[in-house]
Design a protein around this ligand. Sequence first.
Ligand SMILES: *Cc1c(COP(=O)(O)O)cnc(C)c1O
Length: 424
Amino acid sequence: MHVPPIPHLTTADPELAALVESEAQRQHDVLRMIASENYVSPAVLEATGSVLTNKYSEGYPGRRYYEGQQFIDQIEQLAIDRAKALFGVDHANVQPYSGSPANLAVYLAFAQPGDPVMGMALPMGGHLTHGWSVSATGTWFRPVRYEVRRSDGRVDLDQVRDLARRERPKIIFAGGTAIPRTIDFPAFAEIAREIGAVLVADIAHIAGLIAGGAHPSPVGYADVITTTTHKTLRGPRGAMIMTTAEYAKAIDKAVFPGLQGGPHNHTTAGIAVALREASQDSFRRYAHQIVANAKALAAALTEQGFDLVTGGTDNHLILVDLTSKGIGGKPVAKALDRAGIETNYNTVPYDTRKPFDPSGLRLGTPALTTRGLTEEQMPQIAAWISAAVDAAAKADESTLDTIAAQVRELLAGYPMPGWEPTPR
Ligand SMILES: *Cc1c(COP(=O)(O)O)cnc(C)c1O
């Protein structure tokens, strides 16, 4: 059953409650390896499910447009103070509704429509909101896109510098959604400083690793740091923008009233709880375990004959290039889903296949590390993935079902925050 329990929902809307229970059990029974996902704690669930959702509070603590902010102000201030302390930043805005609106606020603060803006190309591992063409950020602004080297799959900082000097972007984004390697924030900072661009570190994927000391911090290098709160940071769906003192006002103005109305106070509370959790020693161990698990899994996959983009990983994420296996990412992701291993198909740099059926499979270890899995289980997971790829090629569904049962059996020994078996 769901934890915390949902008796009122079950009475008021049994149809919806049954779906919530089913999803909770599904999350318990499968290996969740989508690199951007995680399990939040029951404490975060309780905060986000609270009466704070009832309150409007446009503005910022101490400067609101509605009355009755005696406690909301304290809640938002707590989240702000914890973000500042955890990441060591001058200023934090905890109001963006999610990562994409947070990035949009950055554009609003520092660029005019038509201005050049620079980010990593989406098929190379960037994010839609870093100026990709189907995103508003790629149509309202003039995107300049950097890539990774064909030879080793890593960001080509010489290309970044050359492009920056030539195109003079107002904003440079460092970060992305499929980058298996450490991001060189000092190098990006040097380039941004040379041309007078605002450097934005989008740490959505790695915020938890940074908080836990398992990835270098962009603080001291980036002018602005945007992040989601629901990936490795293990908080509710939401976002934060952290800045130096110099950029604080511009960002606050861009978020509200520039882009948003009232902040989602229940989410703010959940963020505050997650930030407290992330400041504890156990979270440092968690962050390092995520990376240890990813490295162990990368080694085991390599042993199984898989090609990995960049040859491995420094963080929580592995990008498998299935080209040598003679199968696309989509049939593999679908087969793995049937086998109880949840992943997503993904482009690989210089992909020769189409975006809807690319050559890559993206894997991440944040969620399975939250369940308590360690290096010990990674060879087994790599073997399951290998067997599922073979089964996908042969449309062998019974093998996939056998793996799903084995996955369920393994995970029965690793409790999930948010669900527990119904007592008999
Ligand atoms: C996930 C992500 C985002 C967007 O976050 P949403 O909450 O999905 O809008 C932005 N940038 C990067 C690098 C991300 O990984």
